[in-house]
Write a protein that binds this ligand. Structure first.
Ligand code: ZN
Length: 413
């Protein structure tokens, strides 16, 4: 979707404010001769930015307001390198809560609901974002944070939680526990609001069925407020993204070319009104596409399709680009195999070739050797690469409360 006149004006204001602040990006823009934008063409000339810039500006180099206006910071951990620090003004915190409350409303959550929040609290944006949105909506927050499954289940039953907020991995773990303990009749959950990462249909269906709930994908990232900048509606045709706060583009991750609606690529987000740490054309490394046209629900917010994975989770073996989503697809075709997996990639120095090792979980009722062979065969036919496959028992692989890392590349170790 082309940038609107109103969004352009907002970006122009952001650039002028950044230049005046003297922050990290003021240096970048001065050097590039950027003093504002008045057309879509001007906008497309603004250089992209990503996490590497935020690390260069560590800790508070991207702050665009005086210290007295900053009320909070958040940090994204990142698996490698320095963390990223994002300062928020009171208005940023308020805007985020308003967007989050809007997400809950779109999912049909009301002030009468009891929302059990399992994502972590602290430097991470997750727990506190769900909490603020819940309170803004007027619902009852049950701020559990992650872990302690015993207590989670006890509170879920005793307080009759109606909404569960979790990562897909943790929702899966809870669903498995509820199934194992035969607690399904005792829980009152109706909806799950799940932090959006790439997750398979098999996992989604299992959670929806075991818990008997409707599932909603909520989108967001620490650099851009946090979770709660978009969610799918009951019509389930992609996630509505709030274009009064954000402008979203899809680009070719290799060339940076902006792609038309409908084409798959990397999500790039521009914050239109963020004060503490405005970001213009931030590369998220999340892969998806904009869904063309309007949603049948009648809302006009543009829509992002389900996240397909991360551009940096894509890996290359024997010259073939492989997405984790393709591995999930293979696993979903084999009987008795769960949706959790781990991929290790290494280099065999003796044979001078890359090897890919898949660890997958299978139910006890199936033959592990045959199951491994099936995965190997399907993988080879679809990707033209033969992996080594190890089958382990169900629940052996870690279910984390945060985004689970599944691909481990040992080739540079
Ligand atoms: Zn809709």
């Amino acid at each position: 979707m082309k940038i609107s006149e109103k969004q352009l004006e907002a970006v122009d204001r952001q650039i002028k404010r950044i230049l005046k602040s003297g922050n990290y990006y003021s240096g970048v823009y001065k050097k590039a001769g950027i003093s504002g934008v008045s057309s879509p063409e001007d906008f497309e000339k603004i250089p992209f930015t990503d996490k590497a810039d935020l690390r260069n500006a560590y800790p508070l180099g991207i702050q665009a307001v005086p210290d007295e206006e900053v009320v909070r910071i958040h940090s994204s951990s990142g698996t490698t390198g320095k963390p990223v620090i994002i300062p928020y003004t009171a208005k940023d915190v308020e805007d985020w809560a308003l967007m989050f409350a809007r997400c809950f409303e779109i999912a049909g959550v009301t002030a009468k609901d009891r929302i059990q929040i399992t994502p972590g609290y602290g430097l991470w944006t997750a727990g506190i974002g769900f909490q603020a949105g819940c309170e803004k909506l007027g619902a009852m927050a049950i701020p559990m944070g992650p872990g302690n499954t015993e207590k989670q289940l006890q509170m879920m039953i005793d307080l009759e939680s109606t909404v569960i907020c979790a990562t897909s991995s943790y929702a899966l773990l809870l669903a498995e526990e509820i199934n194992k303990r035969g607690l399904k009749d005792k829980i009152k959950l109706k909806k799950g609001v799940i932090g959006s990462e790439r997750w398979s249909d098999a996992k989604r269906n299992y959670i929806a069925k075991e818990l008997g709930i409707e599932l909603y994908d909520i989108y967001g990232l620490t650099e851009i407020y946090g979770p709660g900048i978009g969610i799918n509606c009951p019509d389930q045709q992609g996630m509505h993204i709030f274009d009064d706060y954000l402008y979203t583009e899809i680009i070719n991750p290799d060339t940076g070319e902006v792609l038309p609606d409908g084409e798959k690529g990397e999500i790039v987000i521009t914050t239109l009104v963020k004060e503490g740490a405005p970001l213009i054309r931030f590369r998220t490394h999340d892969l998806s596409r904009m869904i063309p046209g309007d949603c049948s629900c009648g809302r006009h917010y543009p829509r992002l399709d389900t996240i397909l994975g991360r551009s940096d989770d894509m890996f290359k073996v024997h010259g073939v680009n492989i997405f984790p989503s393709q591995v999930e697809e293979v696993l979903s075709l084999v009987d008795g195999v769960s949706s959790e997996y781990k991929i290790d990639i290494a280099h065999d120095d003796n044979k001078n070739r890359d090897i890919i090792m898949i660890t997958a979980e299978a139910e006890g009722r199936v033959d592990f050797v045959k199951t491994g062979e099936s995965i190997k065969k399907i993988f080879k036919s679809k990707m033209n690469v033969t992996p080594n496959v190890t089958i382990v028992s169900l629940n052996t692989l870690p279910r984390s409360e945060k985004k689970t890392q599944r691909v481990f590349d040992h080739r540079e170790d």
